[in-house]
Design a protein around this ligand. Structure first.
Ligand SMILES: Cc1ncc(COP(=O)(O)O)c(C=O)c1O
Length: 404
């Protein structure tokens, strides 16, 4: 079983277009006393009537694999991100790994990335046959540090892969310059950042490629696992299309120019994704409003650190709203006792996960900032239909949970 402990705790799927937080209901005091309080989930994907209808129509009218919806979704996603091409895949991990393979990053090569991410970030490098090399996060912030990355560049380095963690863009300018001056590829792990912007451009459109996940708790889903690669590089797109489809040559059924995978996005999922994409901007705006409310409610609370503020040229999409506190475990438990789900993204940095310790010999202390983040981060409930009064309830419970 996969364990994305955080985002994997999902509310029952909302089945109709649910109202956004502005239309939140206010619970009367007597109601609150009489009824047990509603559980507040960490994440809550939305599958509405239009998405269900699109899924059924795709099943009835299209080929189940590589149907028309797949190509339309790819076209629409590329347009949304401002890239020439988008190639859908069976997951975000597959999108990343296929991108490396399409760029011929493999055995004997190294890719520099962050140890403070979901493990799939590094796994995708290993799947491609290359070795991940970690650099620590910024001194203040949670994304990969450009100058710590620079110090790790060596003769085997072929690519840099920072992550737009929690939906907050990494320092794209600096990584772009670093990759260009060192002759390296820049891959954006945008699996948590659909729609985030940097200097007016969508993430996923600035590096050589961007890779997104559609796992249900992400800012948009396809109603199951899925992923997509965005790029302006025609050759990369062509090779990725072949790799995700058993290594097939273009327009051929049984001629295979390379060893590929069965790693396509199913038609029914693409049909759902097309409708989700239409909602994404409104959902992201709702997430940004909720994050503003959290900031206001929590701004002067001692013992917590709020997520980094955006620079004027950045637009974060708050896949997660992650605070830091030394009292994390106490707070988490007390919120759970109050019916409020929280998450820890991530309790163990990648270099300290068993396969990475074993294969690369990492031990505690290798990346101190990532390690202390792992002990302190706490993700608060965050999804577009989270109501204003629910945010107030989370914040009140959070303040009380910090009192000894
Ligand atoms: C930062 C990051 N990278 C990669 C992935 C892998 O995506 P998937 O779960 O779709 O394979 C995820 C998703 O969980 C992620 O959050």
């Amino acid at each position: 079983m996969r364990n994305h402990s955080i985002t994997r705790t999902l509310n029952k799927i909302v089945t109709e277009n649910a109202p956004l937080p502005a239309s939140a209901l206010v619970e009367s005091e007597s109601q609150a006393r009489a009824e047990p309080r509603k559980r507040i989930h960490l994440a809550s994907p939305i599958i509405d009537a239009e998405m269900k209808a699109a899924a059924v129509a795709a099943l009835e009218n299209e080929m189940m694999v590589m149907g028309e919806s797949v190509f339309k979704f790819e076209e629409e996603f590329a347009k949304y991100c401002g890239t020439k091409y988008a190639v859908s895949t069976a997951s975000g991990t597959a999108a990343l790994s296929i991108t490396f393979q399409a760029l011929h990053v493999g055995h004997g090569n190294e890719v520099i990335t962050t140890p403070f991410s979901f493990i799939a970030t590094a796994n995708s490098i290993v799947h491609a046959g290359a070795d991940p090399v970690f650099a620590d996060v910024e001194d203040s912030g949670m994304n990969l540090s450009p100058h710590k990355t620079r110090a790790k560049i060596g003769s085997k380095t072929r690519a840099l892969m920072p992550v737009h963690l929690y939906g907050h863009p990494f320092r794209i300018d600096e990584f772009h310059d670093l990759a260009a001056e060192s002759g390296l590829s820049l891959i954006e792990d945008a699996c948590q950042a659909h729609g985030a912007e940097f200097r007016g451009r969508k993430v996923g459109s600035i590096g050589d490629a961007g890779c997104f996940s559609f796992y249900p708790a992400k800012n948009m889903t396809v109603g199951g696992d899925g992923g997509i690669i965005t790029t302006n590089d025609e050759e990369l797109a062509d090779v990725a299309r072949s790799i995700r489809d058993c290594g097939r040559d273009k327009n051929s059924k049984y001629y295979h120019g390379r060893i590929g995978f069965t790693s396509r996005l199913n038609t029914v999922n693409a049909a759902i994704g097309r409708i989700q994409l239409k909602r994404l901007e409104a959902w992201n705006e709702a997430r940004r409003r909720i994050s503003e409310q959290y900031r206001k409610e929590l701004e002067n609370v001692p013992d917590i650190i709020l997520p980094p503020l955006e620079e004027s040229f950045e637009k974060a999409v708050y896949h997660l709203f992650v605070i830091r506190t030394k009292f994390r475990d106490q707070v988490k438990k007390r919120l759970a006792d109050n019916g409020i789900e929280t998450g820890i993204h991530y309790p163990r940095p990648i270099h300290l996960q068993a396969p990475y310790r074993e294969k690369y010999g990492y031990a505690e202390g290798a990346f101190p900032l990532s390690e202390s983040l792992s002990n302190e981060v706490l993700s608060l409930p965050m999804y577009p239909t989270l109501a204003q009064d629910e945010v107030v309830r989370v914040c009140e419970a959070l303040k009380k949970s910090l009192v000894a």
